[in-house]
Each structure stands twice: as structure tokens, then as C-alpha cells.
Write a protein that binds this ligand. Structure first.
Ligand SMILES: NC(=O)c1ccc[n+]([C@@H]2O[C@H](COP(=O)([O-])OP(=O)(O)OC[C@H]3O[C@@H](n4cnc5c(N)ncnc54)[C@H](O)[C@@H]3O)[C@@H](O)[C@H]2O)c1
Length: 367
């Protein structure tokens, strides 16, 4: 079975990282890139030239309605994610949506509801939980190698995009673009957040994007404290405010040891583990140094081919969004904000999807 892919958003991540993975999957005969849409006519023309795909659509819905599509990738600017992903699910497609899954709780709720009854599967970025390093750390944490998790610290940042002025406008921002990785990682280890307090702001009010000076209206700097209950805490430092670092991406402190993920959680470079019982540091290298952060697409293709459920669940992405919105509110109102959503733990041996459970079947077009 070769799965036909249509792409919404033919910008930076499509042209580089996703196109690279699609090419590798095409070479293996597993997928075929057939269509793309972007409101920018130059990007449509460039995609047709480079990939020979159909970009002759007047709007995103026209691509979604193309009835030979199996998978739709939503790689647009963030404000469009929720509505486009929902429309594609409702049209019976399998969907991968870049992060965040939506930019508001009502949109994300509507997307979750659509996913619950749709024949297709929904995979939400970031795909951090799929990396070999993360999986090994998660397994060891669940097996109790560092005891009960009590405290953690995570960071991810850089100096910020020079393309896509939307990153600095309402619905953009460093929290949605970057902090989402650390939040997804930490929640995967600890479980659901119960309360959030945060400082979130604009540290650099003018930036250059698309060759022009833009006024920054979305957060570019954040420090978040998460309460997982029972006095278990974690913090996230994120922003378009970091030039370089050499610190671990994620530090986990347990009652019997410590784990430190090296690199970034979207591009891990193995981890170090201290256990009191051993009394020494163990270095565990990344087993797949070429692991791509776009791996959610490979995972979705695997799941569609095998009829299994995705390891990462949409509820996890919903939870991360609720936490990010709560962090923004906490900073604005100067108070701790309660979190209501929960999500299931990763199931790395995910069971088969069954027809009608809303978690996907082999071919949504045949249902
Ligand atoms: N750039 C990165 O390094 C990176 C890494 C990981 C994830 N992401 C995520 O990928 C997404 C895209 O980021 P990017 O850097 O490629 O941005 P980009 O600005 O380069 O591309 C986004 C594209 O979406 C298009 N678009 C807007 N509305 C659309 C619609 N209704 N239908 C179809 N296309 C539409 C825009 O015209 C633009 O070409 C974002 O969610 C971002 O957070 C980006």
C-alpha cells in the first residue's frame, strides 16, 4: 500500500525536514507526495517545480477534498493548525499537525472531538517521545531506575526565526514554538500537570523578520514552574532569547538517581544517568544519531500500515496546550493557574486500532 500525502503549508519545515523524510519514505515505496497548498503562489510554484505535485488549489479545503489523499500534513503557521487539522480529519484523512495542535482551548477541544470519531488517526507534533534516547529514558524511569521523580528542569531556545513574521504575532511566540517541546517531554515523564505559575513576556520588542523590522506581539521569553502534585515540580526555561548553551536539555531528579538528556529534546544526543546504588555516572549514547524530529510522519505511516494506535496521543498535545495557555494567563494575572486536562501515558507497545474506536484504520477512504 502506498499512501498518498497532501501538504498544507509549503514553507520552511516542508521544504527542508519534512520533504527529506517524505523522499526517504517515497524511495521505500511507502508514500507518494501528490499535492500541496500554500496561499503564497510563489511557494506553490516552487513546490510544483521541485516535486512535480499538484498545487492547483484555490484554498486549503480544495486539497483536503481531493479524494485520493490518505494523509494530510498541516505544516502551516500556528493559527491555522486547529481548523485545518479538523477539516482534514472530518474528510476522512489521517492527519499530522505541527505544534501546537491549535492555539486556543475551544479549537483544540473541537479537534480532539473530531479525532475521537474520525476514521483517520491524528498525530500531533512535537514527536519527542519517539526518539530512541527519550524512549530509553522513559523505560528506565518507569522501571524505577532513578526512583520516584521529584524534580526536573528543561530548557530549549535560540535567537529566533528571521522568516515568518507570524512567529512574532498573536498566535505565535516562543512558548508555542519552543516551550512545547520541553512541556511535552516533561509531562511524558511525570504525567499530568496540576498547577502552573510562570513569567512570560517580550524581551526583545523589535525584531527583523522577512527582511523588515517587526513589532513583537507574542512572547519571546518564558520561565515556567509546573506542579505535578505531591510536591513534584519542574521548570522550563524557553525563549527566542538564547544564543548558545551547553547544558542538558532535560534533567530528571529522582529519589534514587539522576538522568540528564544531552543535546535538545527534539534532537537528543543520548543521556547520562546517576544511580545511588551504582555510585557512578553511566553514559548512554543516542542509538540513532540521524533520528529526525519529523519522525511522527514515519510513525503515522507505520501505524496506518499496521493498523496500530499511535504512541503519542492527541490528549497529550491538548494538555501541553492547556499548560502553555495557563502559563500565559499566570504571567498576565500574577497567579497560579489550575490545569484540568489529563492524558494517558505513552504505550510503546500500542495495541491494534479497531474500526469505530476513532483511532484509525488502514485506509480511511475505504470506510
Ligand atoms: N521552522 C522550524 O524550524 C520548525 C521546526 C519544527 C516545527 N515547526 C512548525 O512548523 C510549522 C511551520 O513552520 P515554518 O517554519 O515552516 O513556517 P513558514 O512560515 O516558513 O511556513 C508556513 C507556511 O504556511 C502557509 N500558510 C498559512 N496559512 C495557510 C493555509 N490556510 N493553508 C496552507 N498554508 C498556509 C504560509 O504561507 C507559509 O508558507 C509551525 O507550526 C512551526 O511551529 C517549525
Amino acid at each position: 500500500m502506498t499512501l498518498n500525502i497532501g501538504v498544507l503549508g509549503l514553507g520552511s519545515v516542508f521544504c527542508g525536514p519534512y520533504a527529506g523524510l517524505i523522499t526517504r519514505l517515497e524511495q521505500a515505496g511507502r508514500v507518494k507526495l501528490v499535492a500541496g497548498y500554500d496561499p503564497d503562489p510563489d511557494k506553490r510554484a516552487a513546490a510544483t517545480d521541485r516535486f512535480g505535485i499538484d498545487t492547483s488549489f484555490g484554498r486549503a479545503q480544495d486539497l483536503i477534498d481531493r479524494d485520493d489523499l490518505d494523509i494530510v500534513l498541516v505544516l502551516t503557521s500556528m493559527n491555522e493548525h486547529g481548523s485545518l487539522a479538523r477539516a482534514a480529519l472530518e474528510a476522512g484523512r489521517h492527519v499530522l499537525v505541527e505544534k501546537p495542535m491549535a492555539t486556543s482551548v475551544p479549537e483544540a477541544t473541537a479537534l480532539l472531538e473530531a479525532a475521537a470519531v474520525a476514521p483517520g488517526q491524528l498525530v500531533c507534533a512535537p514527536h519527542v517521545a519517539l526518539s530512541p534516547t527519550y524512549r530509553e529514558m522513559h523505560k528506565r524511569v518507569r522501571e524505577g531506575e532513578i526512583g520516584e521523580l521529584h524534580l526536573a528542569r528543561a530548557r530549549y531556545g535560540w535567537s529566533g526565526p528571521w522568516w515568518g513574521r507570524w512567529f512574532y504575532e498573536q498566535g505565535g511566540g516562543a512558548l508555542f514554538d519552543l516551550g512545547v517541546y520541553n512541556l511535552t517531554s516533561l509531562c511524558g515523564f511525570f504525567g499530568s500537570v496540576q498547577r502552573v505559575t510562570a513569567m512570560v513576556g517580550v524581551a526583545v520588542p523589535k525584531r527583523e523578520a522577512e527582511g523588515e523590522q517587526v513589532t513583537v506581539r507574542a512572547d519571546d521569553n518564558a520561565h515556567i514552574v509546573l506542579d505535578f502534585g505531591n510536591s513534584r515540580f519542574a521548570s522550563v526555561a524557553t525563549g527566542f532569547t538564547m544564543q548558545k548553551y551547553r547544558s542538558p536539555a532535560v534533567e530528571l531528579y529522582g529519589s534514587a538517581g539522576t538522568m540528564q538528556m544531552l543535546g535538545d529534546d527534539w534532537a537528543p544526543d543520548g543521556f547520562e544517568q546517576w544511580t545511588n546504588a551504582r555510585g557512578s555516572w553511566e553514559m548512554v549514547g543516542e542509538t540513532d544519531p540521524q533520528w529526525p524530529w519529523t519522525d511522527g510522519l514515519r510513525h503515522l505511516v507505520d501505524c496506518v500500515e499496521s493498523g496500530t494506535r499511535t504512541v503519542t496521543r492527541p490528549e497529550h498535545a491538548f494538555h501541553a496546550l492547556e499548560v502553555m495557555l495557563a502559563a500565559q494567563r499566570s504571567a498576565k494575572e500574577g497567579r497560579v493557574v489550575e490545569i484540568h486536562s489529563t492524558f494517558p501515558d505513552f504505550d510503546y507497545g500500542a495495541p491494534a486500532a479497531t474500526a469505530g474506536d476513532g483511532r484509525g484504520k488502514h485506509d480511511p477512504r475505504s470506510s
